[in-house]
Ligand binder design. Sequence first.
Ligand code: HEM
Length: 140
Amino acid sequence: MLWVKAFHIIFMVTWFAGLFYLPRLFVYHADAKDEASNQRFKIMERKLYYGITTPGAIITIILGFWLIHMMGYGILSAFWLQAKLALVTILVVYHLYCGKLLKDFKNDNNRHGHVWYRWFNEFPVIVLIAVILLVELQPY
Ligand code: HEM
C-alpha cells in the first residue's frame, strides 16, 4: 500500500504543477499582443493540459480509489475523506474549466483579461492547503 500512496502523492504533485502553471500561461496569453506569442502559448497550453495535467489528475484519482479499496470502504464514513473528496470534485470542475478556457484561446475567443486570470490562478492553492491539512490531521 505504501507504494500506491507514494505514487498517489507523486502524481498529485504532477497534477498541481499543471494546475499552477496553466492559468499562469493564460495570464501571459491574455496579455500577448503579437501573433507569434499567441501561437506559442497555444502549443504550450495544449501540451501542458493533455501531456501533464490531465494524466496527473487521472492517475491521482485512480490511485486514491485504490487506496480506499485497500484500506476498506468503511473509511468512506470518515469526515476528512468525505470533505477531501468534495474538494477534489471541485478541483476536477476547475480542471475541466481550464480545458474550456484552453479551447477559447485556441479559437482566439478568450473573454478574460490578465487580472481575471491572476485571481483564477490562486484557487488551486487554497484547495491544496485544505486537502493536505485534511489528510494529515484527519480531524474527524
Ligand atoms: C487534490 C488531490 C489530492 C491530494 C492533494 C491528496 C493528497 C494525499 C496525501 C498527501 C496523502 C498521504 C497522507 C499520509 O499518508 O500522510 C493521501 C493519502 C490518501 N489519499 Fe489522497 N490526495 C488527493 C486526491 C485523492 C483522491 C481523489 C482520493 C480518492 C479517490 C484520495 C484518497 C486518499 C486515501 C484513501 C489516502 C490514504 C490516507 C491514509 O493513509 O490515511 N486522495 N492523499
